[in-house]
Ligand binder design. Structure first.
Ligand code: TYM
Length: 376
């Protein structure tokens, strides 16, 4: 833990109150400025609220990616999931944005499920555990409406043939001391984990191989995955590939105090397969930025800036900027109390889950349409 800021952000652990500006400095990424927002408007035709509201807030060469796309150079999207549990609302935040980009740009998405990573990382996981979680997670992904013609799912263990040659070429470029420093490994880390990063990096270069031409890849993800991209970018040129580009999101918080939504804290996370009534209860029990009593709230107002309930509106459950602003001001001014604010969010979350779970039932039979092995 960083004592000063009381936060920790690695690909495997995110804890504490995160200082996002400090991460920009620590990771050496760039803040998304008006320039990138305007470029998005020019190239994509519109700006997603997740960008204009500063949720996707940092990047590496996102502007280069957009320019290459505009010039008609081959481009693709890449993102992924480590199937360590059920999918929660936090995971789908980057996926919602990725789908928007895919719809607008009409380009392929390569989606990696790292069953190997999660098998290696979690001491108690069997291969059967990760296999069944992968299947369930795939169903959640495709239920979000991705285009099967343009979305190619790679499951590491089953589809290793697509990745292995790239992985060994990558592995030869990365020393043990580099991987130890970048990933924070130590002498008790198993050797599978030490090799695993090559597979997450391999997908950055796979589109160039599959299309047989130089392809610029954009990776939308939360900022915790950045260490992989740092390594990938360092070795890309020497392997003959364009540097992969990234757009980094902040984390959807859990319903408690501080920290991201995480599967390891199920009471403060909303899973896509949660019964809607349970999700409603979780929201109603959420920590808020409100005062201890309604009377004090009316007098002093609440603090939406530290409130996960407000963040859920901002990051996922309120499309309209004017309504969001109104909620912010009413909370601060004390005219909006936490009870009704939570209850409205609980309704929206429950409605989303009911719809998602209906689609999920039919998505079960559509997995094959998305698997890379049925296409390339
Ligand atoms: P995983 O399964 O930990 O996370 C999947 C994706 O969800 C993002 N994420 C979140 N975003 C917003 N709010 C949260 N609370 C939150 N929690 C997680 C992660 O940043 C990620 O984008 N090793 C990876 C799997 C992977 C991958 C990739 C991810 C392989 N290739 C390419 C992104 C891009 C993992 O375990 O992700």
């Amino acid at each position: 833990m960083d004592e000063e800021f009381d936060a920790k952000v690695t690909p495997w652990e995110v804890e504490g109150i995160i200082d996002y500006d400090r991460l920009i400095y620590e990771f050496g990424v760039k803040k998304i400025s008006k320039r990138e927002i305007e470029l998005t408007r020019e190239v994509v035709g519109e700006v997603h609220p997740l960008i204009s509201r500063g949720v996707f807030y940092a990047h590496r060469d996102y502007d280069v990616f957009l320019r290459k796309y505009r010039e008609g150079i081959s481009t693709a999207l890449y993102t992924g999931r480590g199937p360590s549990g059920n999918v929660h609302l936090g995971h789908i935040l980057p996926w919602i944005f990725t789908k928007w980009l895919q719809d607008k740009l009409g380009i392929d998405l390569f989606f990696e499920f790292t069953d190997d990573e999660k098998f290696l990382y979690h001491r108690d996981f069997t291969l059967d555990d990760v296999r069944s979680l992968t299947r369930e997670n795939i169903i959640d992904l495709i239920s979000l409406g991705f285009d099967p013609g343009k979305t190619h799912i790679i499951v590491d263990i089953d589809d290793i043939g697509y990745l292995y040659e790239l992985a060994v070429r990558i592995a030869k470029k990365i020393t043990f001391s580099t991987i130890r420093a970048v990933m924070g490994f130590n002498s008790s880390t198993n050797i599978g984990m030490i090799f695993y990063p090559t597979l997450q990096i391999a997908v950055c270069f796979l589109p160039t191989e599959l299309y047989g031409k130089e392809t610029y890849v954009l990776i939308p993800a939360a900022i915790d995955q950045d260490p992989y991209w740092r390594l990938a970018r360092d070795i890309a040129t020497s392997l003959g590939y364009p540097k992969p580009t990234q757009i980094h999101a902040k984390f959807l918080p859990g319903l408690g105090i501080g920290g991201k939504m995480s599967s390891s804290q199920p009471e403060t996370a909303i899973f896509l397969i949660d019964p809607p009534e349970l999700a409603r209860e979780k929201v109603m029990n959420s920590f808020t930025g409100g005062q201890p009593t309604a009377e004090l709230q009316r007098k002093l107002g609440g603090n939406p800036d530290i409130c996960p309930v407000y963040k859920y509106y901002e990051m996922m459950f309120e499309d309209r900027d004017d309504k969001l602003r109104e909620r912010y001001l009413n909370c601060k001014g004390g005219s909006l109390l936490c009870g009704p604010c939570k209850s409205e969010l609980a309704d929206r979350v429950a409605k989303f889950l009911v719809k998602h779970q209906e689609i999920r039932d039919s998505a079960k039979d559509r997995i094959d349409e998305f698997l890379i092995r049925n296409k390339f």
